[in-house]
Write a protein that binds this ligand. Structure first.
Ligand code: CUA
Length: 155
């Protein structure tokens, strides 16, 4: 009788743990899908060209000596198409899309993200090597996707 009671206790305990575990997994999945990333800003994709600072895309120097670069992605180009960055400059890139999802990738840097309509994405890179960098769209976005790129001159 004793053994039988122990078995029942362990069975109940096991089932309770399983339910708790599944509830936790389910909650994590739901939380991941429903909550937008907390560090992302929202923007009206139809009003990007009127929304500061995206109404004037380009490079800005901050008080601490670092830079911010604002980009708008739109079929099939980036604005600005050319950017000059001082050698050694630490640049935080902010990008949004005025239409569909685009890629935002600068080979040989830390910058590899998406330009998503409705959201502002950001990534930072310090340019320690001079030269011309390509900014490319690496997400298929339509017929001229492969021609969607911009240039960044570091000097
Ligand atoms: Cu934009 Cu591919």
């Amino acid at each position: 009788m004793q053994i039988h009671r122990y078995e029942r206790w362990w069975l109940t305990f096991g089932v309770a743990m399983l339910i708790a575990f599944l509830a936790l997994i389910g909650y994590a999945a739901v939380a991941d899908n429903i909550n937008p990333p907390m560090d992302m800003q929202q923007i009206d994709p139809a009003k990007v060209s009127q929304t500061p600072p995206f109404d004037k895309p380009g490079l800005r120097k901050l008080a601490d000596g670092s830079y911010e670069a604002y980009y708008v992605a739109e079929v099939f180009s980036f604005n600005p198409a050319r950017l000059t960055v001082p050698l050694g400059g630490k640049v935080t890139f902010y990008v949004t899309s005025a239409d569909v999802v685009h890629g935002f990738f600068i080979p040989d840097t830390d910058v590899n993200m998406m330009a998503v309509p409705g959201w502002v994405n950001e990534e930072t890179h310090t340019f320690k090597k001079a030269g011309e960098y390509l900014l490319i769209c690496h997400e298929y976005c339509g017929i001229d996707h492969q021609d969607m790129f911009a240039k960044i001159e570091v000097r």
